[in-house]
Design a protein around this ligand. Sequence first.
Ligand code: 5GP
Ligand code: ZN
Length: 143
Amino acid sequence: MTDSAKPLAANMAANTHADCIFCRIVRGEIPARKVYEDDELLAFHDISPVAPMHLLVIPKQHLSTLYDASEEHHHALGSMLMLAGRIAREQGAAEGFRSIINTGRVGGQEVYHLHLHLIAGPQHLGPMIVPTQQAPKHNAPHQ
Ligand code: 5GP
Ligand code: ZN
């Protein structure tokens, strides 16, 4: 059977990384408080919540960062955004939530398996980024 003829779930399961903590959650080797699962996505509670609701939505297929996204991830990435509102609402966030994908060192990414944070109050979450220093006037990354 060719790869493309295999069932979707089998392809997803094959593309996991042995030592990746979120791949280990996908494979059931590490427990997680799951709130949603289908063939391509998994959503679960963050182990160190920064707000009353803090969920992570991940593709089951390993993908390190947004830098590494390509056509093969198109459907899963679209599904993550499409399902975010439904998952957040089902978990009690009826009046809004924040969605964040951290990328790389500058983005503060700690786990290198792409994940969408879904974070909610009930109170307003405050400013998106709290400045820690005065930004230079011309702050383009390449300068
Ligand atoms: P990042 O900084 O990479 O955007 O976020 C990684 C997130 O993963 C953090 O919020 C952290 O608390 C969460 N996390 C790290 N290890 C685990 C784990 O083993 N289980 C769960 N549920 N969350 C984890
Ligand atoms: Zn992984």
